[in-house]
Write a protein that binds this ligand. Structure first.
Ligand SMILES: NC(=O)c1ccc[n+]([C@@H]2O[C@H](COP(=O)([O-])OP(=O)(O)OC[C@H]3O[C@@H](n4cnc5c(N)ncnc54)[C@H](OP(=O)(O)O)[C@@H]3O)[C@@H](O)[C@H]2O)c1
Length: 354
């Protein structure tokens, strides 16, 4: 085992880059294709990229700026190490960097610090994941792709030929604004795949105490926002195109106090079926995630959040909570399988049968 690299989150990528160049004589170099969409750079000491910089707005769970994001260790034996994590029931996420022949696993030390295990191993062709229809001209759009599940989908799509455009409020697009959504698609030109993961928050509480204003605002983003995005995308979508929305397991799991999320996700699931008929032969589906560890829970107190995830791992039939990469596979399936339309793909660790 060797130390491989450190990744620093910063608001000032240029300043931090200049600092490492001046003080440590590091030089800027190539980054793998799959992560080039993330603002940042790799700084090399001779042939080794020892310092990685990534941008941060400084808000959200695990997103504080001017901080160490994670430390990378170089190891040997990817399969054996992954099997060990499985055996120890340690959750992890994966990243394959085909162009530099590396496989990576992200896991957390018990107190939370993020670690990355790096292996120099060729990446097997992703035949089952890699639709032959992706070319250098393919344009995929991930609305909500700056965080959580959307970011994992954008990462997976970035490994394929073509271009991935990521948008959210932090890139200047608020999908509650229908005119802004229409203008956004006009700037893009023809597209092939639309994925919508935007809008994770909605007020909780019982029907008797409902926060009507908050509920309507949540619908304006996740429900009406998704509909408007589909309408605008369909205008310029090329043949073979797909639209994949995101609902959530609460659409069909009855949990008192979650009426807004339940109603919003159920409405979206119903609308997927209508749109799949109206927009055919474009295909329209939804992925319905279960509890997944993302920045959506940044607002919770750390202890309560950890307890919630631990409880889920202890009670769900799958014995774990979701990682964004688990859910991302559902979007790839919806995009790649030409016989899937009007479907809701449940990826929820068994929450619906519990
Ligand atoms: N995580 C879970 O446990 C879970 C469970 C069931 C369902 N889901 C669903 O999965 C989807 C993704 O959730 P997540 O956990 O990945 O959430 P997340 O990490 O909070 O990401 C949400 C994304 O949506 C964007 N967004 C929010 N409001 C927006 C708006 N008005 N216009 C444009 N973009 C907006 C955010 O970026 P900006 O802040 O920059 O706008 C962010 O990129 C959501 O629909 C959520 O309901 C999640």
């Amino acid at each position: 085992m060797q130390l491989d690299h450190v990744t620093i989150r910063t608001r000032d990528i240029e300043g931090t880059r200049a600092f490492f160049e001046t003080v440590f004589d590091l030089t800027i170099g190539e980054r793998p294709a799959a992560i080039r969409r993330i603002p940042g750079c790799w700084l090399y000491c001779e042939s080794k990229p020892v310092v990685h910089l990534i941008g941060s707005l400084g808000t959200g769970f695990d997103r504080a700026a001017e901080a160490i994001d994670h430390v990378g260790f170089r190891l040997e034996g990817y399969a054996a190490f992954r099997a060990r994590l499985d055996r120890l029931a340690i959750p992890y996420s994966t990243m394959d960097l085909a162009d530099i022949g590396e496989r990576r696993l992200f896991l957390r030390a018990p107190g939370g610090p993020l670690l990355e295990a790096v292996f120099s191993e060729p990446v097997a062709p992703l035949r089952w994941r890699m639709s032959m229809t992706f070319t250098d001209n393919t344009v995929s759009v991930v609305i909500g792709g700056t965080s959580g599940i959307g970011a994992a989908v954008a990462s997976a799509l970035a490994e394929r030929p073509g271009r991935v455009d990521v948008a959210s409020r932090s890139t200047g697009l608020d999908i509650a604004d229908a005119a802004a959504a229409a203008a956004y698609f006009q700037t893009l030109g023809p597209i092939d795949h639309l994925i919508v993961t935007a809008g994770s928050s909605a007020p909780g509480g019982t029907v008797a105490d409902i926060d009507l204003k908050g509920a309507k605002a949540a619908f304006d983003i996740k429900f009406w926002g998704s509909i408007v995005l589909a309408r605008e995308a369909a205008k310029t979508m090329r043949p073979g195109g797909t639209i994949t929305f995101t609902s959530g397991f609460l659409a069909r799991r009855t949990v008192p106090g979650t009426v807004v999320k339940t109603a919003m996700n159920a409405a979206l699931e119903a609308t997927v079926k209508i749109l799949a008929r109206e927009l055919a032969p474009l295909r329209v589906n939804a992925v319905s995630p279960g509890l997944t560890r993302t920045e959506a829970y940044a607002g919770m107190a750390g202890d309560a959040r950890d307890a919630m995830f631990e409880r889920a791992a202890a009670t769900l039939p799958a014995g774990r909570f979701g990682e964004p990469q688990d859910i991302a596979q559902g979007y790839l399936f919806a995009i790649d399988n030409p016989f899937v339309t009007g479907s809701v793909i449940d990826i929820e660790g068994g929450a619906l049968i519990n």
